[in-house]
Design a protein around this ligand. Structure first.
Ligand code: ACO
Length: 325
Protein backbone atom coordinates (compact mmCIF):
# COMPACT_ATOMS: atom_id res chain seq x y z
CA UNK A 1 0.00 0.00 0.00
CA UNK A 2 1.08 3.59 -0.65
CA UNK A 3 -0.43 6.85 0.60
CA UNK A 4 -1.58 8.85 -2.43
CA UNK A 5 -2.24 12.59 -2.18
CA UNK A 6 -6.01 13.13 -2.55
CA UNK A 7 -6.30 16.62 -1.06
CA UNK A 8 -4.13 19.73 -0.71
CA UNK A 9 -4.46 22.99 1.20
CA UNK A 10 -2.32 25.92 2.25
CA UNK A 11 -2.37 29.09 4.30
CA UNK A 12 -0.25 32.14 3.52
CA UNK A 13 -0.20 35.13 5.92
CA UNK A 14 -1.78 38.34 4.67
CA UNK A 15 1.07 40.76 5.41
CA UNK A 16 3.44 41.26 2.46
CA UNK A 17 7.07 42.24 3.04
CA UNK A 18 8.64 43.47 -0.22
CA UNK A 19 12.31 43.84 -1.11
CA UNK A 20 11.81 47.60 -0.96
CA UNK A 21 10.51 47.23 2.62
CA UNK A 22 13.88 45.61 3.52
CA UNK A 23 15.75 48.39 1.73
CA UNK A 24 14.05 50.88 4.09
CA UNK A 25 15.88 49.48 7.15
CA UNK A 26 18.81 47.42 5.76
CA UNK A 27 21.67 48.14 3.40
CA UNK A 28 20.14 46.17 0.52
CA UNK A 29 18.08 46.68 -2.63
CA UNK A 30 15.30 45.11 -4.68
CA UNK A 31 17.83 44.63 -7.48
CA UNK A 32 20.33 42.69 -5.29
CA UNK A 33 17.72 40.43 -3.71
CA UNK A 34 15.95 39.70 -7.01
CA UNK A 35 19.18 38.95 -8.86
CA UNK A 36 20.71 36.73 -6.12
CA UNK A 37 17.57 34.89 -4.96
CA UNK A 38 14.61 35.41 -7.34
CA UNK A 39 12.55 36.65 -4.37
CA UNK A 40 10.43 39.79 -4.85
CA UNK A 41 8.28 39.55 -1.71
CA UNK A 42 7.39 37.18 1.12
CA UNK A 43 4.47 36.86 3.57
CA UNK A 44 4.98 37.46 7.27
CA UNK A 45 2.78 36.22 10.14
CA UNK A 46 0.93 38.83 12.23
CA UNK A 47 2.08 36.73 15.27
CA UNK A 48 -1.45 37.02 16.75
CA UNK A 49 -3.86 35.07 14.54
CA UNK A 50 -1.27 33.52 12.23
CA UNK A 51 0.84 31.50 14.67
CA UNK A 52 2.23 28.20 13.29
CA UNK A 53 -0.56 26.20 14.99
CA UNK A 54 -3.22 28.50 13.51
CA UNK A 55 -1.70 28.41 10.01
CA UNK A 56 -1.43 24.60 10.24
CA UNK A 57 -5.11 24.33 11.25
CA UNK A 58 -6.22 26.49 8.32
CA UNK A 59 -4.09 24.58 5.79
CA UNK A 60 -5.38 21.27 7.22
CA UNK A 61 -9.04 22.39 6.97
CA UNK A 62 -8.52 23.37 3.34
CA UNK A 63 -6.83 20.03 2.52
CA UNK A 64 -9.68 18.10 4.21
CA UNK A 65 -12.23 20.07 2.22
CA UNK A 66 -10.29 19.54 -1.00
CA UNK A 67 -10.13 15.77 -0.35
CA UNK A 68 -13.86 15.67 0.51
CA UNK A 69 -13.25 13.38 3.50
CA UNK A 70 -14.72 13.20 6.99
CA UNK A 71 -11.90 14.27 9.39
CA UNK A 72 -13.01 11.48 11.76
CA UNK A 73 -11.53 8.98 9.27
CA UNK A 74 -7.98 10.40 9.68
CA UNK A 75 -5.79 7.86 11.53
CA UNK A 76 -2.46 9.72 11.56
CA UNK A 77 -1.34 13.37 11.69
CA UNK A 78 2.32 14.30 11.23
CA UNK A 79 3.35 17.96 11.25
CA UNK A 80 6.79 19.12 10.15
CA UNK A 81 8.06 22.35 11.68
CA UNK A 82 11.32 23.87 12.86
CA UNK A 83 9.53 26.92 14.28
CA UNK A 84 6.47 25.71 16.27
CA UNK A 85 4.67 28.04 18.70
CA UNK A 86 4.08 25.09 21.06
CA UNK A 87 6.45 22.29 22.07
CA UNK A 88 3.85 20.45 24.16
CA UNK A 89 1.26 19.65 22.94
CA UNK A 90 2.55 18.95 19.45
CA UNK A 91 1.19 20.98 16.55
CA UNK A 92 -0.38 17.73 15.31
CA UNK A 93 -2.42 17.43 18.53
CA UNK A 94 -3.54 21.05 18.25
CA UNK A 95 -4.70 20.42 14.67
CA UNK A 96 -6.30 17.13 15.83
CA UNK A 97 -8.64 18.99 18.16
CA UNK A 98 -9.34 21.92 15.84
CA UNK A 99 -10.38 19.90 12.80
CA UNK A 100 -12.38 17.32 14.75
CA UNK A 101 -10.40 14.09 14.37
CA UNK A 102 -11.39 11.03 16.46
CA UNK A 103 -9.17 9.61 19.23
CA UNK A 104 -8.37 6.67 16.95
CA UNK A 105 -5.49 8.67 15.44
CA UNK A 106 -1.73 8.90 16.06
CA UNK A 107 -0.20 12.39 16.28
CA UNK A 108 3.42 13.49 16.27
CA UNK A 109 5.64 16.25 14.89
CA UNK A 110 8.97 16.07 13.07
CA UNK A 111 11.76 18.64 12.79
CA UNK A 112 14.00 18.16 9.78
CA UNK A 113 14.45 21.82 8.75
CA UNK A 114 13.47 22.49 5.14
CA UNK A 115 13.02 18.82 4.12
CA UNK A 116 10.58 18.38 7.04
CA UNK A 117 7.52 17.88 4.83
CA UNK A 118 9.26 15.14 2.86
CA UNK A 119 10.44 13.48 6.09
CA UNK A 120 6.86 13.56 7.43
CA UNK A 121 5.48 12.29 4.11
CA UNK A 122 7.92 9.36 4.10
CA UNK A 123 7.24 8.56 7.77
CA UNK A 124 3.52 8.39 6.92
CA UNK A 125 4.30 6.07 3.98
CA UNK A 126 5.78 3.58 6.47
CA UNK A 127 2.36 3.35 8.20
CA UNK A 128 0.63 2.84 4.84
CA UNK A 129 3.10 0.17 3.74
CA UNK A 130 2.46 -1.92 6.86
CA UNK A 131 -1.28 -1.64 6.19
CA UNK A 132 -1.93 -0.03 9.58
CA UNK A 133 -3.68 3.10 8.30
CA UNK A 134 -5.86 4.21 5.41
CA UNK A 135 -5.91 8.00 5.79
CA UNK A 136 -3.26 10.47 6.97
CA UNK A 137 -2.83 14.23 7.24
CA UNK A 138 0.70 15.55 6.65
CA UNK A 139 1.51 19.22 7.26
CA UNK A 140 4.51 21.53 6.81
CA UNK A 141 4.34 24.85 8.66
CA UNK A 142 6.87 27.55 9.50
CA UNK A 143 7.07 30.96 11.11
CA UNK A 144 10.65 31.77 10.16
CA UNK A 145 10.09 35.45 10.89
CA UNK A 146 10.27 34.49 14.60
CA UNK A 147 13.83 33.19 14.13
CA UNK A 148 15.26 35.46 11.43
CA UNK A 149 17.88 37.99 12.44
CA UNK A 150 16.54 41.20 10.89
CA UNK A 151 19.91 42.91 11.14
CA UNK A 152 21.62 40.20 9.02
CA UNK A 153 20.90 41.16 5.41
CA UNK A 154 22.40 37.90 4.10
CA UNK A 155 19.70 35.70 5.72
CA UNK A 156 16.55 37.61 6.76
CA UNK A 157 15.67 38.56 3.17
CA UNK A 158 15.24 34.87 2.28
CA UNK A 159 12.53 33.78 4.68
CA UNK A 160 8.72 33.80 4.60
CA UNK A 161 5.97 32.24 6.73
CA UNK A 162 3.19 29.82 5.73
CA UNK A 163 1.69 26.33 5.89
CA UNK A 164 0.81 23.55 3.46
CA UNK A 165 -1.05 20.29 4.06
CA UNK A 166 -1.84 17.06 2.23
CA UNK A 167 -4.36 14.28 2.81
CA UNK A 168 -2.97 10.85 1.86
CA UNK A 169 -5.17 7.80 1.24
CA UNK A 170 -4.03 4.17 0.99
CA UNK A 171 -3.90 2.74 -2.52
CA UNK A 172 -2.92 -0.74 -3.52
CA UNK A 173 -0.13 0.27 -5.94
CA UNK A 174 3.42 1.52 -5.51
CA UNK A 175 3.41 5.31 -5.79
CA UNK A 176 6.37 6.46 -3.68
CA UNK A 177 10.13 5.88 -3.95
CA UNK A 178 12.66 7.92 -2.01
CA UNK A 179 16.22 8.53 -0.87
CA UNK A 180 16.97 10.45 2.35
CA UNK A 181 20.47 11.69 3.20
CA UNK A 182 22.08 13.64 6.05
CA UNK A 183 25.45 15.03 7.11
CA UNK A 184 25.72 15.98 10.78
CA UNK A 185 29.38 16.76 10.15
CA UNK A 186 28.35 19.65 7.89
CA UNK A 187 25.80 21.11 10.34
CA UNK A 188 27.70 24.27 11.20
CA UNK A 189 26.61 26.30 8.19
CA UNK A 190 22.96 26.45 9.39
CA UNK A 191 22.21 26.77 13.10
CA UNK A 192 19.85 28.14 15.76
CA UNK A 193 20.25 27.35 19.48
CA UNK A 194 17.15 26.33 21.47
CA UNK A 195 16.10 29.36 23.56
CA UNK A 196 15.45 27.50 26.85
CA UNK A 197 18.96 26.70 28.09
CA UNK A 198 19.00 28.33 31.56
CA UNK A 199 22.69 27.50 32.14
CA UNK A 200 23.54 29.67 29.13
CA UNK A 201 21.21 32.66 29.57
CA UNK A 202 24.01 34.90 30.86
CA UNK A 203 26.49 33.83 28.19
CA UNK A 204 27.53 36.66 25.89
CA UNK A 205 25.89 36.39 22.46
CA UNK A 206 23.52 33.60 23.54
CA UNK A 207 20.35 35.55 22.62
CA UNK A 208 21.67 36.19 19.10
CA UNK A 209 22.57 32.51 18.68
CA UNK A 210 18.88 31.54 19.08
CA UNK A 211 18.24 33.28 15.75
CA UNK A 212 19.04 31.61 12.44
CA UNK A 213 22.71 31.72 11.53
CA UNK A 214 23.52 30.73 7.97
CA UNK A 215 26.68 30.61 5.91
CA UNK A 216 24.86 31.28 2.64
CA UNK A 217 27.78 30.47 0.35
CA UNK A 218 28.33 27.05 1.95
CA UNK A 219 24.63 26.19 1.86
CA UNK A 220 24.48 27.30 -1.77
CA UNK A 221 27.45 25.08 -2.74
CA UNK A 222 25.99 22.14 -0.81
CA UNK A 223 22.60 22.54 -2.52
CA UNK A 224 23.83 22.87 -6.11
CA UNK A 225 26.06 19.80 -5.63
CA UNK A 226 23.88 17.42 -3.62
CA UNK A 227 20.41 18.13 -5.04
CA UNK A 228 21.20 17.22 -8.68
CA UNK A 229 23.19 14.21 -7.40
CA UNK A 230 20.40 12.79 -5.21
CA UNK A 231 17.90 13.24 -8.07
CA UNK A 232 20.23 11.35 -10.44
CA UNK A 233 20.74 8.63 -7.81
CA UNK A 234 16.96 8.35 -7.31
CA UNK A 235 16.43 7.85 -11.06
CA UNK A 236 19.22 5.22 -11.21
CA UNK A 237 18.02 3.35 -8.10
CA UNK A 238 14.39 3.18 -9.18
CA UNK A 239 15.04 2.92 -12.94
CA UNK A 240 13.20 5.88 -14.36
CA UNK A 241 14.26 8.37 -16.98
CA UNK A 242 14.59 11.96 -15.79
CA UNK A 243 13.72 13.44 -19.15
CA UNK A 244 10.77 11.25 -20.16
CA UNK A 245 9.31 9.87 -16.91
CA UNK A 246 8.91 13.06 -14.86
CA UNK A 247 6.22 15.72 -15.43
CA UNK A 248 7.49 18.16 -12.79
CA UNK A 249 10.45 18.58 -10.46
CA UNK A 250 9.04 20.16 -7.29
CA UNK A 251 12.08 21.55 -5.46
CA UNK A 252 12.25 23.26 -2.09
CA UNK A 253 11.87 26.99 -2.82
CA UNK A 254 15.09 28.33 -1.27
CA UNK A 255 16.69 30.29 -4.07
CA UNK A 256 15.76 30.53 -7.77
CA UNK A 257 19.44 30.22 -8.68
CA UNK A 258 19.67 26.86 -6.88
CA UNK A 259 16.63 25.57 -8.80
CA UNK A 260 17.97 26.90 -12.12
CA UNK A 261 21.42 25.37 -11.47
CA UNK A 262 19.81 22.00 -10.68
CA UNK A 263 17.79 22.07 -13.92
CA UNK A 264 20.94 22.96 -15.85
CA UNK A 265 23.09 20.24 -14.24
CA UNK A 266 20.43 17.62 -14.95
CA UNK A 267 19.98 18.91 -18.52
CA UNK A 268 16.20 19.21 -18.02
CA UNK A 269 14.00 22.00 -19.39
CA UNK A 270 13.65 24.74 -16.75
CA UNK A 271 9.88 24.83 -17.46
CA UNK A 272 9.60 21.51 -15.60
CA UNK A 273 10.81 23.22 -12.39
CA UNK A 274 7.86 25.33 -11.18
CA UNK A 275 8.61 28.19 -8.78
CA UNK A 276 6.67 30.49 -6.51
CA UNK A 277 9.67 31.76 -4.54
CA UNK A 278 9.19 35.22 -6.08
CA UNK A 279 5.99 35.62 -4.02
CA UNK A 280 6.65 33.68 -0.80
CA UNK A 281 10.44 33.43 -0.28
CA UNK A 282 11.80 30.37 1.54
CA UNK A 283 9.03 28.91 3.73
CA UNK A 284 11.21 25.91 4.72
CA UNK A 285 9.13 22.76 5.34
CA UNK A 286 5.98 24.49 4.01
CA UNK A 287 7.39 25.33 0.58
CA UNK A 288 6.68 22.02 -1.20
CA UNK A 289 3.04 21.55 -0.07
CA UNK A 290 2.30 25.26 -0.73
CA UNK A 291 3.62 24.89 -4.29
CA UNK A 292 1.72 21.62 -4.87
CA UNK A 293 -1.50 23.23 -3.64
CA UNK A 294 -1.01 26.25 -5.89
CA UNK A 295 -0.35 23.99 -8.90
CA UNK A 296 -3.47 21.94 -8.18
CA UNK A 297 -5.62 25.05 -7.93
CA UNK A 298 -4.32 26.59 -11.17
CA UNK A 299 -4.71 23.31 -13.07
CA UNK A 300 -1.04 22.47 -13.68
CA UNK A 301 -1.12 19.40 -11.43
CA UNK A 302 -3.27 16.52 -12.70
CA UNK A 303 -3.91 13.03 -11.30
CA UNK A 304 -1.44 10.46 -12.61
CA UNK A 305 1.38 12.95 -13.11
CA UNK A 306 4.84 11.75 -12.12
CA UNK A 307 6.71 14.08 -9.80
CA UNK A 308 10.17 14.34 -8.30
CA UNK A 309 10.06 16.14 -4.94
CA UNK A 310 13.44 17.28 -3.58
CA UNK A 311 14.45 19.33 -0.58
CA UNK A 312 17.56 20.31 1.39
CA UNK A 313 18.40 22.31 4.49
CA UNK A 314 19.66 22.40 8.05
CA UNK A 315 21.19 19.29 9.52
CA UNK A 316 22.41 19.09 6.85
CA UNK A 317 19.64 16.97 5.36
CA UNK A 318 18.52 16.39 1.77
CA UNK A 319 15.87 14.10 0.33
CA UNK A 320 14.28 13.22 -2.99
CA UNK A 321 11.05 11.37 -3.78
CA UNK A 322 9.55 9.97 -6.97
CA UNK A 323 5.78 9.91 -6.63
CA UNK A 324 2.73 9.43 -8.76
CA UNK A 325 0.31 12.23 -7.92
N1 ACO B 1 21.85 42.99 0.04
C1 ACO B 1 22.98 43.50 -0.44
N2 ACO B 1 24.18 42.92 -0.27
C2 ACO B 1 24.20 41.75 0.41
C3 ACO B 1 23.05 41.15 0.93
C4 ACO B 1 21.83 41.83 0.73
N3 ACO B 1 20.65 41.35 1.19
N4 ACO B 1 23.39 40.01 1.54
C5 ACO B 1 24.72 39.87 1.40
N5 ACO B 1 25.22 40.94 0.73
C6 ACO B 1 26.60 41.23 0.36
C7 ACO B 1 27.60 40.54 1.25
O1 ACO B 1 27.82 41.29 2.43
C8 ACO B 1 28.79 40.47 0.35
O2 ACO B 1 29.44 41.71 0.36
P1 ACO B 1 31.06 41.81 0.34
O3 ACO B 1 31.47 41.14 -0.92
O4 ACO B 1 31.29 43.26 0.41
O5 ACO B 1 31.48 41.05 1.57
C9 ACO B 1 28.19 40.26 -1.04
O6 ACO B 1 26.83 40.70 -0.95
C10 ACO B 1 28.21 38.83 -1.48
O7 ACO B 1 27.69 38.02 -0.42
P2 ACO B 1 27.53 36.51 -0.56
O8 ACO B 1 27.06 35.93 0.74
O9 ACO B 1 28.76 35.94 -1.17
O10 ACO B 1 26.33 36.45 -1.63
P3 ACO B 1 25.77 35.22 -2.40
O11 ACO B 1 25.85 35.45 -3.85
O12 ACO B 1 26.32 33.92 -1.86
O13 ACO B 1 24.22 35.29 -2.03
C11 ACO B 1 22.65 34.19 -0.58
C12 ACO B 1 23.82 35.17 -0.68
C13 ACO B 1 21.48 34.73 -1.39
C14 ACO B 1 22.24 34.04 0.87
C15 ACO B 1 23.08 32.82 -1.17
O14 ACO B 1 24.32 32.44 -0.64
C16 ACO B 1 22.09 31.73 -0.92
O15 ACO B 1 20.96 31.75 -1.39
N6 ACO B 1 22.50 30.66 -0.20
C17 ACO B 1 21.62 29.53 0.06
C18 ACO B 1 20.69 29.83 1.18
C19 ACO B 1 19.67 28.72 1.31
O16 ACO B 1 19.21 28.17 0.33
N7 ACO B 1 19.28 28.34 2.50
C20 ACO B 1 18.32 27.25 2.58
C21 ACO B 1 18.34 26.60 3.84
S1 ACO B 1 17.47 27.55 5.01
C22 ACO B 1 16.91 26.46 6.19
O17 ACO B 1 17.21 25.31 6.22
C23 ACO B 1 15.98 27.04 7.23
Amino acid sequence: MTGRIIGLGSYIPKKVLTNDDFASFLNTSDEWITERTGIKERRISDHLNEKPSQMAIEAAKRAIEDAGIDPKEIELIITASTTPDMVVPTLSCIVHEAVGVSENCGCFDVNSACPGFIAAFNAAQGFFETGHIKLALVIGVECLSNFANYSDRGTCILFGDGAGAAILRAEDIKRNEFIMRSSGARSRCLRAEAARQPDRWNEEGFRESTQFYMNGKEVFKFAVTEVPQIIRDLADKFSFDLENDVDYFILHQANARIIEATAKKLGIDRAKFPMNIQSYGNTSSASIPILLDEMKRDGRLKPGMKLVLASFGGGLTWDANYIVY
